[in-house]
Design a protein around this ligand. Structure first.
Ligand code: FPP
Length: 246
């Protein structure tokens, strides 16, 4: 029986973020090329995105390519970029059918022109969708994002557009790559690694962390339900005591 029946639909995480890890190890364990691991990882992306839309999660953010991933072998980087373009072309219909809005965070200027063009196209086509916002983190690094934010705010202070005492959480939020992204409620990382790897450092301040041993290509909707159930059984205190929450 599906774990879905055990999920309390009134207490879903509003924003799920996922570090999709283990494509390479999945391929290696089967004697396959890393590229096949990434292709199967893309199939998992489709299943998890459709499931989040179906159960009414409002925000899903996927770590698809980090700033550090540029250091991978050239051929692998090229393959990941091609996979991104083909997935976008193929799945734009799925996004429309499920009322999903695509968005991105990261240094998009560093992406190949073809990728940036395809992304812009799908972002434009899906801009009025409102069931789920799917954000792809591409050429993304949280520390770089915070440096960019600090530079922009410093410049405004220098030009007397804002005074230092007025800098608060919302000012910082407004300077991040995508200021519509709410704080993360549940952060999932697959493949057994227990690291944050420069992902959404600001937005995960109060996120619940869930580490799964499953490699990303094998991760499926039941594993997602397991993570959500685990999240629902935790007490989120946001610095308060248990008694204060009652
Ligand atoms: C981590 O596995 C995964 C990535 C670096 C890229 C994620 C990309 C996909 C899931 C494919 C396509 C994505 C979209 C959005 C269509 P790894 O290569 O680091 O695995 P390893 O740690 O086992 O080597």
């Amino acid at each position: 029986m599906s774990l879905l029946s055990e999920i309390n639909t009134d207490q879903l995480p509003n924003h799920i973020a996922i570090i999709m890890d283990g494509n390479g190890r999945w391929a290696k364990s089967k004697g396959l090329l890393r590229s096949i691991g990434h292709q199967n990882g893309a199939k998992t992306v489709k299943e998890i995105v459709e499931t989040c839309a179906k159960i009414n999660v409002k925000y899903l953010t996927l770590y698809a390519f980090s700033t550090e991933n540029w250091n991978r072998p050239k051929l692998e980087v090229e393959l990941l970029m091609k996979l991104l373009i083909s997935s976008l072309k193929k799945e734009v219909k799925t996004l429309q059918k499920n009322n999903i809005k695509l968005s991105t965070i990261g240094n998009l200027n560093s992406l190949p022109t073809k990728v940036a063009k395809e992304l812009k196209d799908v972002i434009e086509k899906t801009k009025d969708n409102n069931r789920l916002t799917l954000t792809l983190a591409l050429s993304y690094g949280s520390q770089e994002e915070l440096i960019k934010t600090i530079k922009e705010i410093s410049l405004k202070v220098k030009n007397n557009l804002i005074s230092p005492e007025n800098i608060d959480k919302s000012v910082i939020n407004n300077h991040l790559y995508d200021h519509y992204l709410p704080d993360v409620d549940l952060l999932i990382r697959t493949s057994g690694e227990q690291r944050i790897s420069n992902f959404l450092l600001w937005e995960i301040a109060y996120a619940e962390l869930f580490f799964s041993d499953i490699l990303w290509p094998d991760f499926n909707k039941e594993n997602l339900f397991e993570a959500i159930l685990n999240y629902q059984n935790r007490e989120r205190r946001f610095g308060k005591t248990s008694d204060q929450l009652k």
